[in-house]
Structures are given as C-alpha cells and as structure tokens.
Write a protein that binds this ligand. Structure first.
Ligand code: 0WD
Length: 254
C-alpha cells in the first residue's frame, strides 16, 4: 500500500544518484508509485539503467528536450505501457557554464535561447504531451530556484529562465486546471548535483545558506523528494500554480 499506491508517472531529469529527480523517484516508489525514467543521451543511459533497476522502474527511452521528436516518442511509449498516468516530474535545466559566472549582462543570445529552450519551454512541451494521458487528472511538478526571485551571484541567465519557468507554472495551472491537472514547482535550496557544479562559487553558496537559513543547514534530495510526494499525491489536491520553498527556510531571510 502507500500514499502513491496505484499511481503511475514519468520522471525526467535523473542524471545520477545525486540528482534531485532521483530523490523524488525514491520517495515516490517508497509510497507505492510505479515510475518511468528517461535519459538524456547514451552517456547517461548507462547511469540511469541501473538506477531504474534499483527501483523497479521502466526506462522509457532517450529524451533530449531540444529534439521534440524524442519527447513525442517518450510519451507515446508511456501511453503504450500504461493507459493513463497520474504525475510527471520535470527536473531539467541547462545553461553554458561559462555564463554561470561573471555578469548577467554578458549573456550571449545563443546561450540565452538555449537556456530558455531547455529550462523553460520544455516544461510546456512536456505538459502538452502529458495532458492527454491524464484523463482522470494529474499532477505536474518542476524544479526552480530562489534566483528567480532575487539576484543570486553567478546564477545569471538561469535566474531569468527560472522566473519564466515559475510564470509558466501559473499559466499552465490555468490551462490544465479544468481537467483537474495541477501544476506546481518546488524551489529547492542549493544541493551539490552535476548541474549545480557548473555554477560559479557553488561551495560558497552552500556555506552561505548553511550559515543563514533558519534551519542552519542545506536541504537533501530526500527532503525535496518528501515535499514532492506531497505535491504529487492527493494530499495537495487543492493546490495548483504554487511555488513551494524547500530550502531550510532561506527565502524568509535571504
Ligand atoms: O542546487 C540545485 N542543485 C538546485 C537545482 C536548486 C534548485 C533547483 N534546481 C533544479 C535545476 O535547475 C533543475 O531544473 O533542479 C533541477 C534538477 O537539477 P539537479 O538535480 O540539480 O541536476 P542534475 O542531476 O544535473 O540533473 C539535471 C539534468 C541534466 O543533467 P546534466 O547535469 O547532465 O545536464 O537535466 C537533464 C540532464 O539529465 N537535462 C536534459 N534533459 C533532457 N534534455 C537536457 C536536455 N536537453 N539538458 C539537461
């Protein structure tokens, strides 16, 4: 049994066992969910397959959001596997690490567009493909960061992208709400993952959060996973368009 018994869904963005998506996957499976994982490229396939096996998850294929055909294929595969799904987790972002340091004003047009495509548009592309599989309603969750609300050192174009992502959550919540599909975000505190290692002075940001957050520590992927469980389960059935901070409370002081 469990809170997610009988629930099925897709998780995009597991790169390794430090990924936030992995923390969410573990929390969902512990409560009885059945999950499908995707991998971004052949290099990540080798990482994702054993992780999927650990949770009894199905790997539904290669999904690189810059190639929408791969997104179509993944959702077609999910539709063949299960007739309906209950949730989708979008834990994907990318920006050139040379621009996750220094000044935002120096952002190039190419990287601006690429960052917005992978980190923002992809949520809308995924929601559009998930909608027909959520005939009985569902819950879609994405991951954001405080750099959307306040200027954080080095976060630069990713902060602009996260602001657009949070606005997308609100627009999607309205579009899909009449079908009982909820769309929410978790604004996670800094966690040492592959994606985070591209951000300038990341160790300093971690220390800063540890010293200043109300809980006097940084959060773990397991803590983000447990909050995700709330947003993806019936416990949050009255909640949509929301950005939930899972950041040891940093946003109330930062
Ligand atoms: O401190 C942090 N780590 C925080 C992360 C704080 C707050 C929010 N987040 C967000 C990130 O911005 C992202 O949206 O959480 C989400 C998940 O990120 P993560 O768990 O920190 O990082 P990681 O384990 O690297 O997973 C992100 C993955 C990619 O990994 P790499 O590092 O190989 O780029 O996003 C996927 C990929 O697996 N990804 C893509 N997937 C499909 N198509 C693409 C793409 N084009 N690009 C990246």
């Amino acid at each position: 049994n469990g809170l997610m018994a009988g629930k099925r869904g897709v998780i995009l963005g597991v790169a390794n066992n430090r990924s936030i998506a992995w923390g969410i996957a573990k929390a969902l499976v512990a409560e009885g969910a059945e999950i499908a994982l995707t991998y971004q490229g052949e290099a990540l396939k080798k990482r994702v397959e054993p992780l999927a096996a650990e949770l009894g998850a199905t790997v539904v294929g290669h999904c690189d959001v810059t190639d929408l055909e791969t997104v179509d294929n993944v959702f077609a595969e999910v539709g063949r596997l299960w007739d309906k799904i209950d949730f989708v987790v979008h834990a994907i972002a990318f920006s050139d690490k040379d621009e996750l340091t220094g000044r935002y004003v120096d952002t190039t047009r190419d990287n601006f567009l690429r960052t917005m495509d992978i980190s923002v548009f992809s949520l809308t592309a995924v929601a559009k493909r998930a909608e027909p599989l959520m005939a009985e309603g569902g819950s879609i969750l994405t991951l954001t960061y405080y750099g959307a609300e306040k200027v954080m050192p080095h976060y630069n174009v990713m902060g602009v992208a996260k602001a657009a992502l949070e606005a997308s959550v609100r627009y999607l919540a309205v579009d899909l709400g009449s079908n009982n599909i909820r769309v929410n975000a978790i604004s996670a505190g800094p966690i040492k993952t592959l994606a985070a290692s591209g951000i300038g002075d990341f160790r300093y940001i971690l220390k800063w959060n540890e010293y200043n957050a109300p809980l006097k520590r940084v959060v773990t992927i397991e803590e983000v996973g447990d909050s995700a469980l709330y947003l993806l389960s019936r416990l949050s059935r009255g909640v949509t368009g929301e950005v939930l901070h899972v950041d040891s409370g940093y946003h109330v002081v930062g």
